[in-house]
Write a protein that binds this ligand. Structure first.
Ligand code: NAD
Length: 449
């Protein structure tokens, strides 16, 4: 580990990674090598957890390509120093803010979108001019191996490299001194990363998890709400950090909503008989998610196929906060639904808990939108949709409170891997005003000026 990092540091110190033309060239190179290995990545993800090629393309490859294209188009503008107004002490002269790459960075990825959650932060790091050590998740080992080999085929390890492995390799990496650490994963491991970074005061971005609420108000367009919530929940078999974790539905439309979601599950053919429905990543997680299903509360689904590592899309009804499923992030295809009468109760329940990574609201009522957006704190979200906020690179993506620190995507990612250096470039002259107000000897009469 030490050798990898000292080689990257030596390379960074040559300033070779800084010219914008170099960064653009490397981003093109990354896109080319990904395109060449697209088939291998799709096969690896299918081998890791049964995800089919089309879903892999739209949820894994497309986001990386879009980020690369946006970085290529904008990196020159992002890295241009920006002028700010001068103050009395800095006139005459120019004041500006100059982005510079933080240096040697570490990106630690989770298993649930093993390509995009490792490579989108890497794109931001390369665009900012950093060198990068990538550590993909060991739980999606086939994908990790393909990422390692495609990176090794195209890049000098002193610039961009992959370290494969699990807890011990990540711990060894965290014992080294980096200039920036970007971590995506669970809250528990996020704390470990933050503590390790604190030792050397290394800046971090932590993209963590939690329970993301969804609220369906009485005036919501129900078929649309059901369709979009089911899509957002059962995509990747619910193993999405910003998936609707649970849904609060107004009592007046509760039964109708449940029927609409069940209809949506049937028509979208999410389920065990559909070989394209994504598997649960491993036996341990299958067991964990299955244990969250209270069979007495199953409205639809509830079946678990241990051999195939599949859980049927499951909707739980009349759930309350004392149920086990409300005690942790579900991270699987199980949707608890809760009934509400008064939106104040929903707001109060959400406020009592950790700030969520995402929140979704289905309503066309301006007052309800205003209330939820102004009273509740969460990473980001959508109104009358779910999950799609992640697809617009101009929207910074990140959590707040225990759901994360910092953000990325588009310019936000570039900023996270940059330091903004403030510079005053003075004219080498002294004006009469400066002579009078700045330099000693001071005269109390000058307070009158
Ligand atoms: P995880 O925290 O178990 O693992 C993430 C990474 O940390 C992996 O690379 C793993 O090897 C490493 N790791 C695990 N234990 C470690 C330890 N003790 N010390 C050092 N490194 C360790 O997370 P996961 O199971 O891969 O992902 C699921 C979690 O990630 C969920 O909570 C989900 O909400 C969250 N998540 C968040 C986002 C986001 O963008 N905010 C995206 C995806 C997933």
């Amino acid at each position: 580990m030490q050798d990898i990092i000292s080689r990257q540091r030596a390379h960074f110190d040559t300033s070779a990674t800084k010219p914008v033309s170099f960064r653009i060239e490397q981003l093109h190179r990354l896109k080319r090598v990904l395109e060449q290995h697209e088939g291998a990545l799709q096969e690896a993800i299918a081998a890791d957890y049964g995800k089919q090629r089309y879903e892999t393309f739209i949820t894994e490859l497309l986001p990386v390509y879009s980020e690369i294209d946006a970085a290529i188009a904008n990196v020159a503008a992002w890295s241009t120093p920006s002028l700010v107004a001068s103050s009395p002490f800095t006139s005459p002269g120019r004041c500006y803010v100059m982005p510079e790459p933080l240096g040697v960075s570490l990106v630690i990825g989770p298993w649930n979108y093993p390509v995009q959650l490792t490579l989108v932060p890497a794109v931001a790091a390369l665009a900012a001019g950093c060198t990068v050590v990538l550590k993909p998740s060991e739980m999606t080992a086939h994908t990790s191996a393909v990422i390692a080999s495609l990176v090794a085929a195209a890049f000098d390890p002193a610039y961009l490299t992959v370290v494969e492995g699990g807890v011990s390799e990540t711990s060894a990496l965290l014992a080294q001194k980096f200039d920036m650490i970007f971590f995506t994963g669970s809250v528990a491991v996020g704390r470990i990363v933050y503590q390790a970074a604190a030792k050397s005061l290394t800046p971090v971005v932590l993209e963590l998890g939690g329970k993301s609420p969804t609220i369906v108000a009485p005036d919501a367009n129900l078929p649309l709400a059901a369709r979009r919530i089911a899509w957002a929940k059962f995509l990747n078999a619910g193993q999405t950090c910003i998936a609707p974790d649970y849904v609060y539905v107004h009592r007046s439309i509760y039964e109708e909503f449940l029927d609409a979601v069940a209809k949506e599950i049937a028509s979208s053919r999410y389920g065990l008989e559909n070989q394209n429905f994504v598997r649960i990543v491993n036996a341990r997680n299958l067991e964990r998610v299955a244990a969250l299903i209270d069979q007495r509360k199953v409205f639809t689904g509830g079946l678990v196929d241990v051999d195939q590592r599949m859980i049927a899309p499951t909707v739980l009804r009349d759930v309350d906060w004392s149920d086990r499923v409300m005690g942790e992030e579900v991270f699987g295809p199980v949707l608890p639904t809760l009934v509400y009468d008064d939106i104040e109760d929903v707001v109060s329940q959400i406020k009592q808990r950790d700030k969520p990574l995402a929140l979704y609201l289905f309503t066309e009522d301006a007052g309800t939108k205003r209330k939820i957006l102004s009273e509740l704190s969460f990473g980001g979200g959508a109104i009358n949709d779910a999950v799609v906020q992640v697809t617009n690179g101009d929207l910074p993506f990140g959590g707040v409170g225990t759901s994360g620190i910092g953000s990325y995507h588009g310019e936000a990612g570039f900023r996270s891997f940059s330091h903004y250096k403030s510079i005053v470039d003075r004219d080498a002259v002294t004006t009469a005003e400066e002579q009078q107000f700045r330099y000693s000897p001071y005269n109390d009469d000058d307070l009158e000026i």
